[in-house]
Ligand binder design. Structure first.
Ligand SMILES: [Zn+2]
Length: 237
């Protein structure tokens, strides 16, 4: 299977079109510009908009997913309690991972349009950011910032950004910190097809890539037969 440029982009296999924004990471040029404007407006409203995470490659997402699948990286339940790999079925374990981590090739962070943001003015300099729902909730330090952001995004007045994971639809857990630059995402979801993903996960591509994919996807034997339902449940369009 040979992948075209847009598919490579959609699945995090190239960062060729992205620009290095220093502490903000790699971003699509238009998203970077929109971020400058949004940050200036946040500042006027009393917030210091900081970026915790932006572009993430396929390889990076694969490393995260596989480490969780092997029990080498913490997997938690809804109430933040660790789940032991051996105490649940493989299928239950897969669903627990997918609540908080995307299947490699399907993350919105592959695009250079999506960012996780917080308000660094609301906490001390040595604050250890968790990106938890509690931090953005009523009694959390980022509540005012989250409300400001939601108000702007819901009125389509956030420089093109919106919040794709605001509500819990039973798939991905709510992520009030996840911003997406909508104009830059057009046409990308459609390229993350089951066929393309399957070839990537099985490292079954003849084509040379920018970054080498060292290993196949863990749990591929469970993912494969359920690919369509997993994509419709965990991949937000
Ligand atoms: Zn995110």
């Amino acid at each position: 299977m040979n992948l075209d440029e847009l598919t490579l982009k959609a699945c995090g296999l190239t960062s060729r079109d992205l620009i290095d924004c220093g502490g903000d990471g790699l971003l699509a040029p238009q998203a970077a510009q929109a971020l400058v404007s949004l940050r200036a407006r946040a500042k006027r409203a009393g917030f210091r908009l900081a970026v915790a995470s932006s572009f993430r490659s396929y390889s990076r997402q694969l490393a995260i997913f596989n480490a969780k699948a092997r029990g080498q990286r913490l997997v938690t339940d809804e109430r933040d309690r660790p789940i032991e790999r051996t105490r649940v079925s493989e299928e239950q374990y897969l669903h627990a991972i997918l609540r908080f981590s995307a299947l490699p090739g399907t993350s919105r962070h592959h695009w250079g349009t999506d960012l996780d943001v917080w308000d660094s003015a609301a906490v001390a300099n040595d604050y250890a950011l968790q990106l938890s729902v509690a931090e953005y909730g009523h009694s959390g330090p980022f509540y005012d910032f989250a409300m400001w952001l939601q108000e702007k995004a819901l009125q389509d007045d956030a420089e093109g950004f919106y919040l794709p994971y605001l509500e819990d639809s039973g798939g991905v857990a709510p992520e009030p910190w996840h911003l997406s630059y909508r104009p830059g995402t057009i046409g990308l979801r459609e390229r993350q097809t089951a066929d393309v993903l399957d070839a990537l996960w099985a490292t079954d591509l003849a084509q040379p890539l920018d970054s080498v994919i060292e290993e196949p996807l863990e749990l591929i034997h469970i993912v494969r037969p359920h690919i369509d339902s997993l994509l419709s449940r965990y991949v937000v369009t």
